[in-house]
Design a protein around this ligand. Sequence first.
Ligand SMILES: [Zn+2]
Length: 455
Amino acid sequence: MKLTFLGGTGTVTGSKYLLEHGGRKLMIDCGLFQGLKQLRLRNWEALPVDPSTVDAVVLTHAHLDHSGFLPRFCEGGFSGPVYTSQATRELCGLLLPDSGRLLEEEAEYANRHGFSKHHPALPLYTEEQARRALAALRTVALGQPFEPIPGVQVSLRKAGHLLGAASVHVAWGGRSILFSGDLGRQADLLMFPPDAPTPCDWLVMESTYGDRSHVETDALELLADVINRTAARGGVVVVPSFAVGRAQALMYALHLLREQHRIPDIPVFLNSPMATDATRIYEAHHAEHRLTAEQCEALRRTTRIVTSVDESKRLNTLRMPAVIISASGMASGGRVLHHLKAYAPDRRNSIVFAGYQAAGTRGAAMVAGAETVKIHGQHVPVRAEVACIDSMSAHADRKELLDWAAALPRAPRHVFVTHGEPVAADALRQALEERPGWTCSVPEYRDCVDLDAPA
Ligand SMILES: [Zn+2]
């Protein structure tokens, strides 16, 4: 059996793992490279596998770094089924077309302003192509084994992290391999903790926070502090947030803080049509997260949902303290850019990041203390207070990753540490080699391993 790493190596984006055996091919995740330009360019490179020869794809979850390459893969000739959970399918229904639309807008913008070396600049895929790709999605229940290819047993296990997110266990030709997918936290506000790992011969494990433990200070406390400081200055708190998952956790956190009178009664705006739709999907899948129907209802009551473009523009001229939650989460695009342009230059305001900021994004630059950021071709000074509440991240931290792996009933033959920046991945490799004493490696982009070869 052969395993090829087509992404999620040296970076947290572009996850794509190809398993081949007996002339059949199964791909786990089909993610988009994001962040640094040299990574994004990989989305344009020809894959070492002809998509038309891949039998099936299994998606761990809906985040674009795991699902966002699918439309391009389908355009490239893939015509098989894509298996995933029901919630992931529904969330992909929001995320993929939106991704196509953003890619089209970017290409159009580049053409209008002559930014691109290519004439005309083309989108990686269009909204229409993304909608077509959705037709390939097939849903499977968590914990129910299925056969994407005859003789190959796959089962999805709960991974926490995001609604519908799963680890993927593949049993093929008498051997087994477990893909962790992105793992969630033990005490996430919204999601339940990940299921314990199932026994496997090989483990492909994420390492987003392989080198860091989240500060144990209560995330709600940190959020309350920054809101109170900002309100006292008469400022506005801008929270760039992923529309799916993070936005709902933030709404819930703010609802709790207000109920407990830990923050003043200032308006909370949700300015992201996708977050509004995603909130509905969360409501429809109660059994899969911690919030009851009543709590979901309460969220909607206490958040002002912005629907029109005019309303969105008016948010840039607020003269009183408020919280604005808007996408995207790493400030790489979306409506939040307009809010950052309006509020970043003023010291009274705050910008609060509530999750992982990938290298090369405006979010990472601001968290690292950048004095200006470029938005829509304009240098915008950052004088507002910038905070990053890591512990609001939906990713397990170092200790949680190690605890999850340690729950394996027997040592895997080998662990491939993926989905981390190089330092994080290597730190997790070292830790796993030290404590459980497993053999591990950090694969590189396009590495191909013969799993049957003697170690
Ligand atoms: Zn994810």
